[in-house]
Design a protein around this ligand. Structure first.
Ligand code: SF4
Length: 234
């Protein structure tokens, strides 16, 4: 595979078989952001210099050479496809190219994807991240309410919707969110907080979350890192 679409490895693979990163950084300034570490970038630099990567022509070439029909491409791992206060036209162009090639997209954002809902259909996924934390912990991202409003609008249009509860910053709040957001989410994925200390009892949280998902009849996935904690103390 040669081009901007790549196959994620390790834990990232749990999000999808294919992924594509559109921007060089992300302005949302989440304190727990793992991306600068992965990209070997200085954190401030990663949050301040957010430019579209030069991927449109290479993407066109890749889509002409490789067959992505029916495959789903995750947007994005090392950035947000809808960086707030930035021109997100590159994201729109990427989606157009992928859809024209017969691929589907799986969006995950803490920004605002409303402008591109006209490009998406019932084979695409629109997802938001909720951590149960406070808004100051993601100071430049869209408000929780606005993210959730976007999820509801996508759901109404027949686009498949999902919520990523990862990282989890407040276990009790995430359990409440599973209840209150379920009508607009076709699927939920639940993880933990990796790479940072936490006083959350992960095994207990994981069991409670799984029991609640089953009780509510949710389509859910427990991420492997959380599942390992649950099994360790079972
Ligand atoms: S939205 Fe994602 S990529 Fe952007 S700062 Fe937050 S964690 Fe990092």
């Amino acid at each position: 595979m040669s081009g901007p679409i790549y196959e994620p490895r390790g834990a990232a693979k749990e999000y999808g078989d294919y992924a594509l990163n559109i921007y060089t950084g992300c302005p949302h300034e989440c304190w727990y952001c793992f991306a600068p570490g992965v990209l070997h970038k200085v954190r401030e630099e990663f949050h301040r210099h957010v430019e579209p990567r030069s991927i449109l022509i290479p993407l066109e070439r890749q889509l002409a050479k490789e067959d992505f029909r029916g495959k789903t491409v995750h947007l994005c791992f090392t950035c947000d496809p809808y960086p707030m206060w930035k021109d997100t036209t590159p994201t729109r162009e990427v989606i157009k190219l992928l859809k024209a090639a017969g691929a589907h997209v799986q969006i995950l954002t803490k920004g605002d994807g409303h402008r591109d809902f006209d490009l998406l259909d019932g084979e695409d996924w629109y997802g938001i991240t909720l951590t149960g934390g406070e808004e100051y912990e993601e100071p430049m991202a869209a408000s929780f309410m606005w993210r959730y409003e976007g999820l509801g609008a996508a759901h109404k249009k027949g686009i498949k919707t999902w919520i990523s509860f990862e990282p989890v910053l407040n276990a009790e709040k995430v359990l409440n969110l599973l209840r209150t957001t379920r009508h607009n989410a076709d699927r939920v994925k639940i993880g933990k907080l990796n790479y940072h200390p936490s006083d959350i009892d992960w095994a207990r949280f994981g069991r409670q979350a799984e029991a609640l998902c089953q009780e509510l009849g949710l389509d859910y996935t427990i991420k492997e890192s959380l599942r390992r904690e649950m099994e360790r103390e079972a």
